[in-house]
Design a protein around this ligand. Structure first.
Ligand SMILES: [Cu+2]
Length: 137
């Protein structure tokens, strides 16, 4: 009996703790632009699974609408285009940053210190995260 417990413990250590399939890091949401009620979201999404994860939508209760955008510069002109999905490669990451891919959060509802982002893959929630705006002092 004691031996089997020891073996089990060894097996768990060898495998490591199970990793969550999708992990978000370095999340930043810009303060809504006054009068325009619009924010941008930046983060890194890490996929710990062996399958590609397509984020096909993002929902936030603090905004009327969230779109996935990509900024591209053509002939010195910066443009944003809407992406149908955010592709997170198997055992890989996707980076959302200024000047690249980002979330566009539109029509902010007034007066919230927190932004909740719920990521959907083919209509199914796969990740939910809260961002708290930093205090001014
Ligand atoms: Cu945009």
């Amino acid at each position: 009996m004691r031996l089997s417990v020891a073996l089990l413990a060894t097996a768990l250590v060898a495998c490591g703790a199970p990793k969550p399939p999708l992990v978000i890091s370095e999340l930043e949401v810009t303060e809504p632009i006054p009068g325009r009620h619009m924010s941008a979201g930046f983060f890194i999404l890490r996929n710990n699974t062996a399958e590609v994860i397509n984020i096909t939508g993002v929902f936030s209760p603090q905004f009327a609408r969230v779109e996935i955008h990509e900024t591209t510069v053509t002939d010195g002109v910066s443009r944003m285009r809407r992406l149908d999905a955010l592709v997170v490669p198997a055992h890989g990451s996707v980076v959302l940053e200024r000047g690249g891919k980002h979330l566009m959060l539109m029509q902010a509802h007034e007066g919230s210190d927190v932004v909740t982002l719920q990521f959907l893959s083919a209509g199914t929630p796969v990740l939910s995260v809260d961002y708290v705006f930093p205090k001014d002092n």
